[in-house]
Ligand binder design. Structure first.
Ligand code: 5GP
Length: 194
């Protein structure tokens, strides 16, 4: 087991509805040393890819994306979920079904921060059905920038997102892939990765 799988086994909580709660260390209270290790491991996997920007979606992707961007020494951009007075000028917009709130969100990035010529690493905390990643990928493609790959902390391998994204031909790296989890017993199994 790698360091993230070990932490999930120790502190992750399996909830009904295929939800894995990791809010004691990843997306509410955050273990900054763990985030540093996640950033370093993602950098290792995408070394040599000439990434110019890291893109994520607010809010729970932000901490991981910051850590990755710091390691790669490139800017981090996060897609915003709502129109706000701080968003002005021209924007790229995509519609995303939210897994956790079951709502549709518009995700928005200012055209100033994604450009043709960027090689973008798309980062998020979880991958379930792939809607968040697909929305982010469409923002990159609307900007005529290139998707260098996608990096995820925890992929739920029993949901279809991983299959969808890989099937579209994108490189997808997930540090932990959960193959099964059971809210009654709390058991979690991981896919063996090379
Ligand atoms: P997808 O768009 O791939 O269906 O879902 C990914 C998004 O939903 C992620 O941005 C993540 O915030 C949230 N998400 C999906 N599954 C889980 C889960 O099991 N636990 C938590 N904490 N968030 C999840």
């Amino acid at each position: 087991m790698n360091f993230l799988e070990e932490r999930i086994m120790k502190d992750g909580v399996v909830k009904p509805g295929n939800v894995l709660k990791v809010d004691s260390f990843l997306n509410h209270q955050m273990d900054m040393k763990l985030l540093d290790r996640i950033g370093a491991e993602i950098k290792r996997r995408f070394e040599g890819e000439n990434i110019t920007k890291v893109l994520t979606i607010e809010s729970s992707g932000i901490a991981i994306a910051c850590s990755v961007a710091r390691e790669l020494d490139v800017p981090m951009v996060f897609a915003k979920k709502a129109q706000s007075v701080n968003l002005d000028g021209e924007m790229y917009v995509a519609e995303v079904d939210s897994y956790t709130s079951k709502r549709k969100n518009l995700v928005i990035v200012s055209k100033k921060y994604l450009s043709a010529g960027d090689r973008v690493l798309v980062v998020d905390d979880f991958l379930a059905n792939g809607c968040a990643l697909q929305g982010l990928i469409s923002l990159v493609e609307d900007a005529d920038a290139e998707v260098a790959g996608c990096a995820i902390a925890i992929e739920k391998g029993f949901q279809e997102g991983g299959y969808r994204i890989r099937n579209l031909g994108y490189r997808l790296e997930s540090l932990a892939i959960v193959d099964s989890m059971d809210p009654d017993t709390g058991s979690i199994t991981f896919r063996t990765q090379a």
